[in-house]
Design a protein around this ligand. Structure first.
Ligand SMILES: [Zn+2]
Length: 257
């Protein structure tokens, strides 16, 4: 089983949340409870997201994503689990992927569940808030970006087209819960796995780290390709402090794929 994190998408231009020492690189990302409860926090999220989304939408899979596709086609990876919400594994052609933290390219209504594509939502957001067009921002990994307070105050929040309810990106924010079915699917795959490969994750978020704990308890060897420290460093059979793309391309070449 393979578990990937933000480090694999860094070469695609989507920056990682944490530096090599595991510290926040940008402002702390939005918390689940804040999004649900606080309209001001939601407006801030959408203002940043409008600025950040085009770069996420335009990001292309890199050599590391493509190397994993080759490993899947060779029957080496029954399941890939990603903590990323950018869908770059699927766009590279990977078939069996669990988006542990959801997907940023869709939003859904908290009341009726109606889903809307993030691309369409972008057009609606810009229609209601044309001033957002003019401003560019630093990009953060969930399509978040830095934005001025005065823009947040006047932002018109998007509502569900069916019922007028609150729309939320279909991602698990910090402080949110990964759906149980998703966790069970990963646990099931892990029970069949003979090894676990971590690619580009510091495992600071518990939802990914817990699978390392399970693997370790079952004596399933864990290998990590990550330039910085990981929370599971003490459990690893092998650690490659290398760039994801270089390591995975070397592996694919070594296997003759
Ligand atoms: Zn609705």
């Amino acid at each position: 089983m393979v578990l990937t994190g933000a480090g694999i998408s860094a070469a695609s231009g989507i920056p990682t949340y944490r530096d090599h020492g595991g510290r926040w690189q940008h402002n702390e990302p939005i918390q689940h409870g804040d999004f649900i409860r606080d309209p001001e926090k939601r407006r801030r999220y959408w203002a940043r997201s409008v600025a950040g989304w085009p770069a996420v939408a335009a990001a292309q899979p890199n050599g590391a994503h493509r190397a994993l596709v080759k490993l899947e086609r060779a029957g080496r990876i029954p399941l890939l689990v990603t903590q990323n919400v950018d869908r770059l594994h699927q766009r590279a052609g990977h078939q069996q992927v669990i988006d542990l933290h959801g997907r940023l390219d869709q939003a859904a209504c908290l009341k009726c569940g109606n889903a809307e594509s993030r691309d369409q939502l972008q057009l609606r957001l810009l229609e209601s808030n044309p001033y957002l067009e003019r401003f560019t921002a630093d990009l953060a990994p969930d399509g978040d970006a830095h934005v001025e307070d005065r823009l947040v105050e006047i932002l018109e929040e998007p509502a569900c087209l069916d019922c007028g309810g609150v729309l939320m990106p279909q991602v698990v924010f910090f402080g949110g819960t990964v759906p149980r079915a998703r966790v069970e699917a990963v646990s099931h795959a892990l029970a069949q796995a003979d090894a676990m490969l971590i690619v580009g994750s510091s495992l600071m978020v518990y939802s990914g780290y817990r699978f390392c704990k399970i693997a370790s308890q079952r004596s399933i060897p864990i290998v990590a390709i990550n330039q910085g420290q990981t929370r599971a460093d003490g459990m690893l059979a092998l650690k490659l402090k290398q760039d994801c793309q270089t390591s995975l391309e070397a592996l694919v070449n070594h296997l003759g794929l």
